[in-house]
Design a protein around this ligand. Structure first.
Ligand code: URA
Length: 239
């Protein structure tokens, strides 16, 4: 792989800014193949050298994969002149890496959103041919019924002409308001909301909790992010 500046490589982990890396190098706390780095600008091949920062070995990844627990109020976009985007929830160093959201959640939808700069795998995950299940927790107005589950499973034809693939509806509670998990293999614009609205049960709250085999980390606070582990990335590839 092409050589890159040490500060860029270390900052790409999102744990330190380039300025912090400079200080760490000055303090002799950055080692390259066991020897203190001389400057933060030094160029090395991140795939062939061992880098340690504060005694911690750095695992370099060519691509960045991030799990974000999206809060309401943020657009799933990289740029928006008017509103806040999910990229605003990341530190500057990560924003520089060309990350984009893997698919979209509506502005008011919360939960699991992946961000990456690896176009190929992101594309595969979104392609309907790959059948990656997306699971949403929802709270709706009105009583969900077994009939709703049956209609979802058959594949709905929406009044606006959208033919939906068979989808899962698992009722968690039913009353004046109901709760359920909805499982989709596709991701058309406002799809969960449109399907439930057609059943006369408008969505009050929507949160994505799973994509393929990857669950939203239950201890990741809303608005926070973390890197995917190697195992999680493998799991996604096998989803
Ligand atoms: N379906 C919706 O209606 N909204 C989302 O954000 C995701 C799926």
């Amino acid at each position: 792989m092409e050589k890159q500046r040490l500060d860029k490589i270390i900052a790409s982990t999102g744990k330190w800014s380039r300025r912090e890396v400079k200080n760490l190098v000055r303090q002799g706390r950055v080692l390259v193949d066991g020897l203190p780095a001389r400057t933060a600008e030094e160029k090395v091949d991140p795939e062939t050298v061992d880098i340690t920062v504060n005694g911690e070995e750095l695992t370099y990844r060519r691509y960045t994969w991030i799990m974000l627990n999206k809060p309401a109020g943020y657009l799933s976009a990289t740029e928006d002149g008017r509103g806040k985007t999910v990229l605003d929830l990341l530190p500057q160093e990560l924003r520089r890496q060309g990350l984009f959201p893997v698919g979209r959640l509506d502005k008011d939808t919360e939960g699991l959103l992946l961000l990456t700069n690896e176009g190929g795998l992101a594309h595969d995950l979104l392609s309907p041919r790959h059948h990656v299940d997306k699971v949403y927790y929802t709270r709706v107005a009105g009583r969900l019924t077994e009939e709703d589950c049956r209609v979802f499973a058959e594949g709905m034809l929406l009044d606006d002409g959208l033919a939906c693939q068979p989808a899962g509806l698992e009722i968690l509670s039913a009353g004046e308001e109901s709760e359920a998990y909805v499982t989709l293999r596709e991701g058309k614009f406002h799809q969960v909301k449109r399907m439930l609205a057609q059943r006369g049960k408008p969505v009050l709250y929507l949160e994505r909790v799973r994509m393929g085999n990857l669950l939203l980390d239950p201890v990741l606070p809303r608005g926070d992010f973390r890197f995917l582990t190697v195992e999680e990335l493998e799991m996604l590839k096998n989803s």
